[in-house]
Design a protein around this ligand. Structure first.
Ligand code: NDP
Length: 329
């Protein structure tokens, strides 16, 4: 039974990764920021899950002790990174933690994890295009694309900061394996907006994680004057599966897995909600207008990723129904 180290184990995506690892008979050690969070996960996941406390991954040597305590770890998945837009200090809240967290985990592996065979970094589609280019229908993006956000642009507002942070951190990881003597191989997962149910149903009853909140916020819409969001969608269970593939498959080494199941707009989400949850009596918007709305987004191609992960991506309708059923009932 191999041991896997997962940073940010309390996160929305990470909990699905932990669950799938445990279901596949791996032992898991996760990092969490507090004892409370660790105990909650331990009692939910049971004995094959243990945790280490890393209060803030920007601290020098933040992961050293945790890795030193587990010198039998074979695979390491670095998912921890701040994902929210509600900040007045995007540099310190988003950019620096993403960069420092990635640098610190890689340095700790170099010193205390020379037995680790594979490292998977959770990046994002935000590293693939900027928030502006994502909305530009004349552009095409795939596993080789990068946003060109500079540090100066990134620290100006939370959205640019998140997009910049993800590309700075991912580039740092690729440069690290190119220039430093390391014994592990690297693979990266780049998901678009991740929706889906929580592993622990309790987590669907309180404040939702940033991406699911996009769906959650629609449940209290009062009229047709809503802002339209649009972008890529992918199911959280598929994203977790992709992390396990990136961890063990040799085809994934040195690859970016661009995890997108298709595109959505707010109208498409509303149409699904009105079909499956008529009792909510949500506004109708412009029924059926979704495909026209998403036609203006940058084109995306993830054929190389699909050839590696080799599974069918979950359709939007099922993702939304599963997510909302858990929130409501
Ligand atoms: P969550 O906010 O649910 O999880 C983020 C995790 O990172 C939490 O465990 C959080 O701990 C931890 N973390 C944040 N800052 C620090 C810090 N300074 N020190 C230590 N731990 C920290 O987000 P998701 O699960 O949605 O995201 C997980 C990863 O996936 C991130 O790298 C994100 O960028 C990426 N991603 C997410 C997408 C999405 O749509 N959800 C899309 C594309 C990529 P705590 O909660 O205790 O603060």
């Amino acid at each position: 039974m191999s041991k896997v180290f997962v940073t940010g184990a309390s996160g929305f995506i990470a909990q699905h990764i932990v669950k799938q690892l445990l279901d596949s008979d791996y032992e898991v050690v996760g990092t969490v920021r507090s004892k409370d969070k660790g105990e909650k996960l331990s009692s939910f996941f049971g004995g094959k899950f243990t945790y280490e406390i890393v209060p803030n991954m920007i601290d020098k040597g933040a992961f050293d002790l945790a890795l030193k305590n587990h010198q039998d770890v074979k695979y390491l998945l670095h998912t921890a990174s701040p994902f929210f837009y509600d900040t007045t200090d995007p540099e310190n809240d988003l950019v620096i933690p993403a960069i420092k967290g990635t640098e610190n985990i890689l340095k700790s592996i170099q010193t205390f994890g020379s037995q680790i065979e594979r490292v998977v970094v959770t990046s994002s589609d935000a590293a693939i295009y900027s928030d502006v280019d994502e909305q530009n229908g004349s552009l095409s993006m795939d596993e080789t694309s990068w946003n060109n956000i500079t540090y100066e642009e990134a620290i100006k507002n939370p959205i640019a900061a998140y997009y910049g942070a993800k590309s700075f951190a991912e580039k740092l990881a690729w440069k690290f394996v190119e220039t430093e003597p390391v014994s592990f191989k690297l693979a990266v997962v780049n998901p678009v907006y991740v929706f889906g149910p929580q592993v622990n149903p309790q987590d669907a009853k309180g404040k939702l994680n940033t991406s699911n909140e996009l769906i959650g916020s629609l449940l209290s819409l009062k009229d047709d004057s809503f802002d339209t969001d649009k972008g890529g969608f992918v199911d959280v269970r598929d994203v977790a599966k992709a992390h396990l593939a990136a961890m063990v498959q040799k085809e994934a080494v040195n690859k970016r897995l661009f995890m997108t199941g298709g595109k959505f707009s707010t109208q498409m989400l509303l149409d699904i909600l009105n079909k499956h949850f008529p009792e909510l009596k949500l506004p109708k918007g412009k029924v059926g207008n979704g495909p026209a709305e998403i036609a203006t987004l940058a084109k995306t191609n993830n054929d190389k990723t699909k050839a590696i992960v080799k599974f069918e991506f979950t359709p939007l309708e099922k993702i939304v129904v599963d997510t909302v059923s858990q929130i409501l009932y």
